[in-house]
Design a protein around this ligand. Structure first.
Ligand code: 2HG
Ligand code: ZN
Length: 473
């Protein structure tokens, strides 16, 4: 077995000094996750500048039997992109592969390298008069490679689906260093197994995505954003159903927030303010259409008036400018950051059929509050697609570690409710390092067995992002 120093030297030959970090002060940010759950160790962070370099890095790691941890913006909520504490695995950062290669407003496609941030990809689409309809709170840091590897969901799933629904083509380096060239931009291509979709959502365990062709849509001509105060989750669902009935083609996002989560945002995030008096629950609605003179604003005001009349909302504001739209969205997008500043939290990224969201929130709250005195229930998220972040914040002033010692009890209590409602234990954040232990009981039998056979076929020595997704046998 080669020494770590020998392997690092061989990788330096490929990427040069500029493409390699070895000083622990430089590698530490790559070995720690955004939530602060894991602090790993790595002998080196390799930052290749091209697919050819990356493929050679993978070949050399594979030849030496060294594990590899692919990493994009390192915004995983489940520790999916960090190395283990005791490990010698090499982190492979895609950050330098950040070129926007092509945008085609007729094909409605965008070709980017994996290290392009989601925000930069959105900007490239906008500059060509198009829209990349994927939006997540971490889009300023999250990179396309990671967004696809984790099949990110986000705010627009109700209209445009998840990341996997926006992928036309992919280029990836497989665990043996071979390059999978499938960077096609075809709308129809029915030629055998869909390998790009195998890579999407594989969380870096089957290979490293190096570039992708994404689907775009025409840029909206009209866009409206409203914030509503709602009396209960059940009324939020009724409001969603009303908006969806009225003009399903215009609905882009329907987000739910609790009064507790909003309070965290208002206290921790400078410059945020509510446009009306605080309420027990909130809904944020975005509508958009590519049709000009569609009268979207009048239509939205009409729907909201009917909702107020029916008691589904008690207050509502439609943003009057782009800046106000951004300010309303900020109240929702800053929920994760505000919770982080409030202290330790246990996250349950769960989904249920949309119609059961109120039941999830009510039963989940009842199941949790009994577990830890003073714990705060902070559910929020993508009501329109059934994905609620059923998060629990530590009691005020409590010791974070003592609270986190209850993590598994809390997650199990929520999981029992979710299972009863035919839901999923991970709706959009993936499995990562945090949740492989849940896979056997939720996706056991032929599902897990097939996943293992795929992993065995592509990565027989288990070198790609080990310890993630699949539980140890
Ligand atoms: C969001 O929807 C993200 O803001 C983060 O998925 C959710 O912090 C969370 O639990
Ligand atoms: Zn989310």
């Amino acid at each position: 077995m080669d020494t770590e120093a020998a392997i690092v030297a061989r990788l330096r030959e490929v990427v040069g000094t500029a493409g390699l970090l070895t000083d622990p002060a430089d590698t530490a940010p790559y070995a720690t996750d955004w939530r602060g759950l894991y602090s790993g160790r790595t002998p080196a962070v390799v930052r290749p500048g091209s697919t050819a370099e990356l493929a050679e890095v993978v070949r050399r790691c594979a030849a030496a039997g060294v594990g590899m941890v692919p990493q994009g913006g390192n915004t995983s909520m489940v520790g999916g992109a960090v190395p283990a504490e005791n490990g010698g695995d090499i982190v492979i950062s895609l950050a330098r592969m950040n070129r926007v290669c092509a945008v085609d407003p007729v094909d409605l496609s965008l070709t980017v390298e994996a290290g392009v941030t989601l925000k930069a990809a959105q900007d490239a689409a906008a500059a060509a008069g198009c829209l990349l309809p994927l939006s997540i709170a971490s889009e300023g840091s999250a990179q396309i490679g990671g967004v696809l590897a984790t099949n990110a969901g986000g705010n627009n799933t109700v209209r445009y689906g998840n990341a996997r629904d926006l992928v036309l083509g992919i280029e990836a380096v497989l665990p043996d260093g071979e390059v999978l060239h499938a960077l096609r931009r075809l709308r129809k291509d029915n030629t055998g197994y869909c390998l790009r979709q195998l890579l999407v959502g594989s969380e870096g365990t089957l290979g490293i995505i190096t570039a992708a062709v994404l689907k775009l849509v025409p840029r909206p001509a009209e866009r409206e954003v409203a914030l509503c105060a709602v009396p209960s989750p059940a009324q939020a669902l009724a409001l969603f159903a009303r908006v969806q009935r009225d003009d399903p083609a215009a609905l882009v996002a329907f987000e739910y927030m609790s009064g507790t989560g909003m309070d965290f945002v208002l206290r921790h995030i400078p410059g945020t303010a509510l446009p009306f008096a605080p309420a027990p629950h909130y809904a944020l609605i975005e509508l958009a259409t590519p049709r000009r003179n569609a009268g979207l604003r009048a239509a939205l005001e009409e729907v909201l008036a009917a909702a107020l009349e029916a008691g589904e909302a008690t207050d509502a504001v439609v943003a009057g400018s782009g800046a106000q739209q951004a300010a309303l969205w900020r109240l929702r997008e800053e929920h994760a950051e505000a919770q982080r500043r409030e202290g330790a939290s246990v996250k349950n990224d769960v989904s249920v059929p949309v119609s059961l969201v109120p039941e999830l929130i009510e039963r989940g709250a009842a199941a949790c509050t009994a577990l830890v005195a003073g714990m705060r229930v902070v559910p929020f998220g993508h009501l329109g697609d059934g994905n609620i972040h059923f998060n629990l914040a530590q009691p005020e002033g409590a010791d974070p570690a003592a609270f986190l010692a209850h993590s598994h009890a809390i997650m199990d209590a929520v999981a029992d409710v979710v299972r009863d409602l035919d839901g999923s234990f991970s709706a959009e954040h993936g499995v990562g390092r945090l949740k492989p232990y849940l896979l056997a009981s939720w996706r056991g039998g032929a599902e897990l067995a097939t996943m293992r056979r795929i992993k065995q076929a592509l990565d027989p020595r288990g070198l790609m992002n080990r310890g993630k997704v699949l539980p140890a046998e």
